[in-house]
Design a protein around this ligand. Sequence first.
Ligand SMILES: [Zn+2]
Length: 281
Amino acid sequence: MTKAPEDAEARRAVAPVICYPNETLPRPDMALYAAAREGARKVGEVLAEPRDAAAFRVEAGQFFRITSVGGPQVGDLNLWNAHDLSERFYSGKTRALHGTHLSTGERMWSCFPYLRPMATITGDTLDWYGIDGFGGSVHDVIGTRCDPYTGNLLSNVQYHHCCHSNLTRALADATGLSLQEAEPHVHDVLNVFMCTGFTRDTGQYFMKASPVRPGDYLEFMAEIDLLGALSACPGGDCSAEHTSDAAVCHPLLIEIFAPEEDALEGWSSPPVNGYDRSHGR
Ligand SMILES: [Zn+2]
């Protein structure tokens, strides 16, 4: 262990600054979205079965809602541009812009070179939770997704119903790609309903029983045409373990709502990022 310098305490006492002050981010017109949602009618639904995933398509300007049904359950959400799988959700940059956990008014941003809002959260019945005494909160963008490779690394198991595999199968079925072609498009997720944080003493990623109860939902407006996939995690409410069939699991309901014609008058899909991509040459 390196000996601390004499001014160690002074260095530690330096106040932090926010990496990405987000006051200049384009603001969603939440009043317009709420008015559009008011008159929207349901146009589709799909159920993500326990330890499995379901894919769904949402047109730009439509809403999609993920609802807990049956019992406490965590969901792992992937989003792609419906017309171009190379544009997908970027969990790391979303975290840098909005923080570790998302709620109403915050957005799921796409990867480079697109970096634009893919979806805006328009409703969250767990917004009351805040940050608990352990530093835990709900709907994180700090975890990745449970996967069979880490399970194999840590426990030498072959388990096939981790969110990574569930999302891979769902994407393959939705697009006609083979499992091998689909797998590289699966990416780090928004952990819907999952309650997570980092321990203060060791900085380790922790999870705890989700506060979600049947009827709770997280709702989004699609900013662009989307292909989504949601896995009902084999961890169930993530109170104990995942990468196994040990946890009690429940399905998750995905519903799509279409607003009335002209309800989003004046709104249009955000353009892709304006950086010219010349990279200094
Ligand atoms: Zn999972």
